[in-house]
Design a protein around this ligand. Structure first.
Ligand code: UT7
Length: 384
């Protein structure tokens, strides 16, 4: 272990699919409205991908590598963070490794749902700081539209697709992720549950895209505010920093009201919070890195400034990362590789998935069971 080794963020890049699904598009097949979705969540649009999750992840990683001017052959580690995998085996990171030509990279998937990118950033930083690897690519990617429970308005309006990646490189400068608080409120793990694939469902023969979601929005909301607020308070205390030292919060974006509550408890004004929820919704693991990339592109990340990244998701995992940005906020290089053109509207893409769902006319009753009793917020729990 080299005490003085840090993990600088030297590259960043995103890959947003072009097809835009509006709230009005959702109203064509769900009993919902633009007004309800905006008021309750702050969301107006989300993206729907016409390509695979591997393609989204690879292009985001390619852009991040160009930004760092790093050869894929010099990458020692790829972490694919997210819940959207093409298959259980082989893993998705190995697919990205092949597409990138990063043949020397250890390649692993990391699934803590919406926090996967942040957990991955913490894991890769630890591996660099202990000298196991020198160059890492950490990706947050989701293709939730392919397995969304599109008939369930409680969840169908909330999520979108996307990907972004960062490059981490060993450095002697004290920068990169310098502190983290990671946790898991597992008593409530059943409040956010995707039923339909995994070994537990082999008896049903259910395939991807034919899933049902358990989703207790109010429980998740309260626990999200609690988890993100406490983790942010603790990571600041750990580092001896105060709210006023943070120049930008780059939070998970599941609901504008959650973000506002977390910022309030942290004592940070909304002017210092990066928001993408209105145009991308909740992209699970892709949310924080996409917001980070956009913050850099908009010039909102100051050289040598402190960033706070609180997130939460299925599990219910939560975290808050403290990042000291380095001196460079512009890319070294760029790639001109683009996604193939999309010839369908987002609504057409969604309707294709809907048409494939439940092809055998099964009742969803067989898959629905009561939410576990321990999922309730305990008396005395507060959000501060
Ligand atoms: O990344 C982790 C993932 N998840 C989250 O972070 C989600 C956290 N939870 C939330 O963001 C919010 O709880 C929601 C946005 C999901 C829901 O907002 P809410 O203010 O908690 O609404 P609610 O569940 O209390 O529902 C209020 C009403 C209900 O109708 P009644 O019982 O008052 O007549 C719902 O049936 O709104 C109804 N409703 C809808 N109406 C139109 C629920 N979903 C919809 C919808 N469109 N999509």
């Amino acid at each position: 272990m080299t005490e003085s080794t840090y993990a600088a963020i030297t590259g960043w890049g995103s890959c947003m699919p072009p097809a835009v699904l509006s709230n009005d598009d959702l109203s064509t097949f769900l009993d919902t409205s633009d007004e309800w979705i905006i008021t309750r969540t702050g969301m107006k649009e989300r993206r729907i991908s016409h390509v695979s999750a591997t393609e989204l992840a690879t292009l985001a990683a390619r852009r991040a590598l160009a930004c760092a001017d790093l050869d894929p052959a010099d990458v020692d580690l790829i972490i694919y963070g997210g819940v959207s995998n093409e298959e259980l085996c082989p893993n998705s990171a190995s697919g990205v490794q092949v597409s990138l030509g990063a043949q020397n990279a250890a390649s692993m998937d990391l699934n803590t749902a919406c926090t996967s990118f942040c957990y991955g950033l913490a894991a890769a930083t630890g591996m660099i700081r202990t000298g196991q690897v020198r160059n890492a690519v950490v990706i947050g990617v989701e293709l939730i539209s392919r397995y969304m429970d599109w008939e369930n308005r409680n969840v169908a309006v909330l999520f979108g697709d996307g990907a972004a990646a960062v490059v981490l490189q060993a450095t002697d400068n004290e920068e990169g992720m310098l502190a983290s608080v990671l946790g898991c409120d597992a008593q409530a793990r059943q409040t956010l549950r995707v039923r339909g694939f995994g070994c537990g469902y082999s008896g049903y023969g259910i395939t991807l895209g034919d899933t049902f979601w358990d989703f207790d929005g109010q429980q998740i909301f309260k626990r999200a505010v609690l988890g993100m607020s406490r983790a942010s308070r603790d990571v600041l205390a750990q580092s001896g920093l105060k709210a006023e030292d943070i120049s930008l919060v780059v939070p998970h974006q599941a609901n504008l009201r959650i973000i506002e509550s977390v910022a309030k408890y942290a004592g940070i004004s909304m002017e210092r919070v990066m928001l993408t929820v209105e145009k991308y919704g909740n992209m699970s693991a892709a949310t924080v890195p996409v917001a980070l990339v956009e913050a850099l592109e908009e010039g909102r990340v100051e050289p040598n400034s402190w960033l706070l990244m609180p997130a939460f998701g299925g599990g219910l995992t939560y975290c808050s990362l403290l990042v000291k940005w380095g001196s460079r906020t512009i890319p070294l290089e760029q790639t001109d590789v683009e996604l193939p053109p999309c010839n369908e509207s987002a609504l057409e893409l969604v309707n294709q998935v809907r048409a494939r769902q439940d092809p055998y006319g099964r009742s969803r009753d067989g898959l629905l069971a009561p939410v576990f009793p321990e999922a309730q917020l305990r008396d005395g729990d507060s959000v501060v």
